[in-house]
Design a protein around this ligand. Structure first.
Ligand SMILES: [Zn+2]
Length: 203
């Protein structure tokens, strides 16, 4: 199963990535470089810059320099710099863009969680990046509705991850659900891919 970042950072609904028409284009946004709008909530999102992107820029620079001194090595590095972003493009997390009178709102308060990812998915723990959004459902307690959360990775070990987790929706009953010991399951395309527990309510 390929895990990609395909959920809106505002509402958590799936995004299809199709381009809006020019009529919809708001001032100041260059559509086509990862900037798009969510068909469900109408808010804008873009690709979040990651350390990997800066690393690729550095490699591009090195590749260009090497082209003269060692052409083969330069070509290999440049090819890697082109192929890797093409493969990774849909994996990059999305971030909120200011929309109309809505600013790029800060995230809601987080709790600390520990998640065990399903071992049947190869190296799943290392394929999930900070900023990914997943639907979760609490398996204990009164609420077993599905809510979308954003995960920020703190530590990984084998199949287990320590992370910070926050709801996307202000309507989520955070006080009720973010309680130490509460357990939840994590979904991806209707499969349960992980099981988590809240280890600290407040950070
Ligand atoms: Zn949305």
């Amino acid at each position: 199963m390929r895990i990609i970042s395909d959920r809106c950072p505002w509402c958590g609904k799936k995004i299809d990535g199709s381009k809006p028409s020019n009529l919809d284009k708001p001032n100041g946004y260059a559509i086509g470089r990862g900037v798009n709008w969510c068909r469900s909530c109408g808010n804008w999102y873009g690709i979040k810059p990651t350390a990997a992107m800066f690393l690729i820029l550095v490699l591009l620079f090195i590749g260009c320099i090497l082209l003269k001194a060692a052409p083969m090595a330069g070509i290999v590095i440049l090819a890697v710099c082109i192929i890797i972003p093409l493969l990774m493009w849909r994996k990059l997390p999305k971030e909120k863009y200011p929309t109309g009178d809505r600013t790029s709102a800060p995230d809601l308060p987080s709790c600390k969680v520990s998640i065990d990812w399903d071992k049947k998915y190869f190296m799943l723990n290392y394929r999930i990046w900070s900023g990914y959004i997943f639907p979760i459902s609490f398996v204990d307690g009164s609420a077993n509705n599905v809510w979308c959360v954003k995960i920020d990775v703190s530590k990984r070990k084998q199949n287990q991850m320590d992370a910070l987790m926050c709801f996307l929706s202000e309507e989520a009953p955070r006080e009720e659900l973010f309680k130490t010991g509460n357990k939840f399951v994590v979904f991806y395309n209707n499969d349960i891919i992980g099981r988590g527990i809240i280890t600290a309510e407040k950070i």
